[in-house]
Design a protein around this ligand. Structure first.
Ligand SMILES: [Zn+2]
Length: 107
């Protein structure tokens, strides 16, 4: 029995990803860059996968490129900076302001 590279649960040998994570991954590709983080999580929950498993999935880092959560957060932050017109001058107060804005997203 192979293990899913995202959640560590059993997966079919050649797939290396379980049915739930496959669903979540498709959902991530659909939503990333289009919605805020709260909406993003809502979208993932609509797949019917349990919240615990979604969190495990988001924090997994199978390729060593950063977890899905970090990748999506970074993309959203970059988007937000573009919207705010502050790309290219990321002073500490700017970054703090962005973080506060991101934190205000409904969870
Ligand atoms: Zn999985």
């Amino acid at each position: 029995m192979a293990r899913c590279r995202y959640c560590g649960e059993g997966a079919r040998l050649l797939a290396r990803i379980c049915a739930d994570c496959k669903k979540l991954l498709a959902c991530v590709e659909q939503l990333r860059g289009r919605v805020g983080f709260g909406e993003f999580l809502d979208g993932l929950e609509k797949t019917g996968v349990t919240k615990e498993k979604i969190m495990t999935f988001l924090k997994a880092d199978p390729d060593g490129k950063g977890s899905i959560q970090d990748q999506v957060t970074a993309e959203m932050t970059t988007e937000l900076m573009k919207v705010m017109g502050i790309a290219g001058r990321q002073s500490a107060p700017d970054v703090k302001r962005i973080r506060e804005l991101v934190d205000k997203e409904p969870k």
